[in-house]
Design a protein around this ligand. Sequence first.
Ligand code: FAD
Length: 380
Amino acid sequence: MTTAFLRAETLVAGGGLAGAAAALGLVQAGREVTLIERETQPCHKICGEFLSAEAQDYLSQLGLDVAALGGAPISRLRMIRGSESVSADLPFPAIGLSRFKLDEALLRHAEISGVNLIRGHPIRKISVNDKILLDIEGIGAAEPKLLMLATGKHELRGAKREFTPKKNSKNLIGFKMYFQLTPAARASLEQTIELIFFPGGYAGFQMIEDNKANLCLLIDRDRYRHCGNSWEMLLTDLKAASPILAGQLTGAEPLLDQPLTIYQVPYGFIHQPSETDPPGLFRLGDQACVIQSFTGDGMSIALHSAALAVRAVLHDQTSNTFQRQLAIDVRAQIKRADTLYALLNSPAAQTAVFEIAKLWPGSLKIAAQLTRVPSKVRIR
Ligand SMILES: Cc1cc2nc3c(=O)[nH]c(=O)nc-3n(C[C@H](O)[C@H](O)[C@H](O)COP(=O)(O)OP(=O)(O)OC[C@H]3O[C@@H](n4cnc5c(N)ncnc54)[C@H](O)[C@@H]3O)c2cc1C
């Protein structure tokens, strides 16, 4: 039996933001690119869906009209713990926009711009010795010279991320649910991203397009177990811990049958390239580095990694050079985010952070700024 073969010199694995942006950047520079995405249709992704200003800039540079997608504008951050809250203006304008809409818009834009998009074919495994060899379900083999590995949170057999999870985040479970809120609750979230802290976790709560609200949370597995591994009971438990959230969810209608979930996110991961890495294998987005979710900067890092990889390819740099540069660009913000998370995870330090924020709301602005891709490294 002969194995079918897909001819593609440059191949992108995964059509999320990182993969679609890299493919788009390369075709805009005149390269031929094939992108393999395992899903046939747009789908929901677990994400707080807070789109920062840098992420919007990167998308605009690629020619995507983000404003036309109808996201909800966000200009304020409100931190909540129990019944106390403190607010500050964000140092940049953000948008609440679903990944369902955003990822599909970017992927369609990539296809219209000339990317050879192949959907509905998961890559089963990869082997990387002296060359890169892929096994693609329903298609066969491919042996690209250049591979942009952008499968996000999903590990690809043969190219698993190497990382020892930190103690304080290895047991976190993530959930995302959409709600239709009452008009009063919607008004309370207008222009606002809320970060709600609980013992053992936190939630992000904000509006997205079409008047929907996104509640995305990360909670210690033990607390979830304590709630009988039930989403409804967990929600009741969190509402009891946060009267402000309880008020906002009164009369709210859940919009998904079940919440989306995720487990064992490798927060703090930064891919360390080794001399034995094949020169044509570029790791992008979550496959290259993972920042704490509360920063709302993962999408921006994913887009930065794509822009940097495109520049590296166009300048004939090896993936090793690219990976080292990416690590330098994002290391400080990822480390600061880890430190902030560790602080907010300890009840005593949490109290101190809240007291400081109440006395000096500008400190929230500084924290938001310090967990961004720094302006000086952004590719324009
Ligand atoms: C709980 C949580 C909340 C978050 N909130 C925010 C936020 O508010 N703001 C923010 O900026 N970031 C946030 N992030 C981070 C953000 O979601 C990620 O950093 C971002 O999605 C990374 O993009 P990506 O393109 O690398 O991966 P993804 O978006 O995961 O895309 C990967 C793509 O690859 C495809 N794929 C996977 N495996 C295969 C395969 N074998 N073959 C072919 N295709 C494949 C998938 O279908 C998918 O389309 C959050 C993350 C978590 C976990």
